[in-house]
Design a protein around this ligand. Structure first.
Ligand SMILES: Cc1cc2nc3c(=O)[nH]c(=O)nc-3n(C[C@H](O)[C@H](O)[C@H](O)COP(=O)(O)OP(=O)(O)OC[C@H]3O[C@@H](n4cnc5c(N)ncnc54)[C@H](O)[C@@H]3O)c2cc1C
Length: 483
């Protein structure tokens, strides 16, 4: 049986960052930290491939920016949104830069950094259960099964569970967390499935604007996201709603591919022929306050196990790294991690102080997803309005881009731009030409609304505003509810 100051379950994005951060805390004796990971092999996943500038800055604050070196990472300078073949460029302000890369390579450098940190033991073992005090219910550690070395075949040994004890246990086991319900108890909610991302890698594809993430808004499905993750590799993620179509490949080939920029269609066709389609659920999980009466003592959740947003805006790792920065700074003042009163005070302060960055990124991702994945008429009005709002340029791009990049952290500013988009969408509806039919040759015909259509548009205007409120307000509520 081993005893540590801190046990961390999961050496992914959040777990590695926390292990390293805690090792840098000044103590009379270095903290003993145990990082348990079920597989230390390089992960091969379609998640966490684009780190926003706000995440790069957080990584610098953690002293881990060198994890972005030597992994063939591509600088990211902004986004390009494409609607109906028309692109609009959304550069990150102030020459800020993000990075995109193969997820597995990044995770391996994070793990290497954690391994090198003073006092950190990285152990390859699958955590199977939490160890609780039989009297108080407080979590005292975990039980885990170590990975067997090749050749070690004895089945009895394979099934042997080892106990790891610690003053504090942190669960960072990702989106499919096995311990979420146990830790959160009655304050926990089930993640809500929003859609799926289906991913492939394109060879030597040319994006409309180099070093910019590309978001193509397609009819009938969610958005398609493309970004370069290596010198020759470009990730494509196609958003598909639940239930998934019976033949995903065919749906992409016939419904979606023709709506992509022409230069991308051939690389997509080739990738669909040779690459295996990978898929991941896109879930929403609002954060519940931890450390109170209803959650378990001695343990807390971090990363996707606790809080998830739609990956459309690539915000998950930025939230995770900023969370670790905030936690590290708050835990600095706790001398004894066994003092649950002190730790739960930290968890309370963390929950509310992280709102400035996490709420902005969470709400933005879901609100933008609702607009970009528009599946009703009113949302479509908002989607067109949003695209045209970006076309205005200036602050209509600069501030939303800084919110997206995670460099500006303000839910108020987000609300301002969201409702500015809604009002502009209504203005566009009244004043801009829209398609009213097609010529015999199949060309679209556009016309401005006539005066006699105004009463109908006035009704629609109320519906659009109502829809905007129904998208935004419930999301804000998930962030500010305090019980
Ligand atoms: C389709 C998709 C695309 C995404 N794209 C982006 C993006 O481009 N940019 C971005 O910032 N975010 C993105 N995200 C979100 C991002 O991937 C997550 O926010 C981030 O990985 C969360 O980190 P984590 O440490 O909580 O979980 P993970 O990084 O998943 O790490 C969890 C770790 O725990 C380990 N583990 C699990 N169970 C056990 C156990 N029982 N015992 C021991 N170890 C265990 C796992 O092996 C894993 O290593 C995306 C998400 C999805 C779904």
């Amino acid at each position: 049986m081993s005893h540590y100051d801190v046990l961390i379950v999961g050496a992914g994005v959040a777990g590695c960052a926390l292990a390293h951060a805690l090792s840098t805390l000044q103590r009379p004796k270095p903290l003993r930290i145990c990082l348990l990971e079920r597989s230390l092999a390089e992960p091969d996943r379609i998640v966490g491939e684009l780190l926003q500038p706000g995440g790069v800055i957080a990584l610098q604050k953690l002293g881990m920016e060198d994890c972005l070196d030597g992994i063939d990472a591509i600088p990211m300078r902004g986004y390009c949104v494409v609607l109906g073949g028309q692109p609009v460029q959304i550069p990150y302000p102030d020459a800020d830069e993000g990075r995109s890369f193969h997820h597995g390579r990044f995770i391996q450098t994070l793990r290497k950094k954690a391994k090198q940190a003073v006092g950190v033991d990285v152990i390859e073992a699958t955590v199977t259960e939490l160890v609780e005090c039989q009297v108080t219910g407080r979590v005292l550690g975990v039980r885990a099964i170590r990975k067997q070395e090749a050749g070690e075949g004895a089945e009895t040994a394979a099934a042997e569970k080892e106990t790891f004890l610690a003053d504090l246990t942190v669960v960072a086991d990702g989106c499919f967390s096995n311990f979420r319900t146990k830790v959160l108890g009655e304050v926990g909610v089930k993640p809500a499935l929003k859609s799926y991302f289906v991913g492939v890698i394109l060879d030597d594809a040319h994006l409309p604007i180099a070093q910019h993430g590309t978001v193509v808004l397609v009819k009938g499905h969610g958005p398609v996201l493309l970004y370069q993750i290596g010198q020759h590799d470009t990730r494509m993620l196609v958003d598909l709603k639940d239930p998934l179509p019976a033949d995903i490949k065919e749906t992409i080939l016939t419904d979606i591919m023709p709506q992509l920029p022409t230069s991308l269609q051939e690389p997509v066709r080739i990738a669909l022929e040779k690459d295996r389609l990978r898929r991941m659920p896109n879930s929403f999980l609002p954060p519940a306050e931890q450390g109170g009466r209803h959650t378990k003592e001695g343990v807390f959740l971090l990363g996707d196990s606790w809080n998830m947003r739609h990956p459309l805006t690539g915000g998950g790792m930025t939230v995770a790294f900023n969370d670790v920065v905030t936690l590290r700074d708050l835990l600095r003042d706790v001398d004894d991690f066994g003092d649950w009163k002190a730790v739960s005070g930290v968890l309370h302060r963390w929950h509310w102080s992280r709102k400035r960055f996490a709420s902005t990124i969470n709400v933005l991702s879901l609100a933008l997803y609702d607009l970009f994945g528009a599946d009703d008429e009113n949302l479509e009005v908002l989607r067109t309005g949003c695209f045209k709002y970006f076309e205005l340029g200036g602050n209509c791009i600069r501030e939303p881009a800084s919110l997206l990049s995670g460099t500006k952290q303000s839910t108020l500013l987000l609300a301002y731009h969201f409702f500015a988009v809604a009002l502009y969408a209504i203005w566009v509806m009244f004043t801009h030409p829209r398609q009213v039919g097609t010529t015999d040759a199949g060309k679209p015909v556009y016309a401005r609304p006539r005066m006699d259509e105004y009463p109908f548009l006035a009704v629609k205007c109320v519906q659009v505003l109502w829809t905007a409120c129904m998208v935004f307000m419930p999301l804000i509520w998930t962030e500010i509810r305090w019980w």
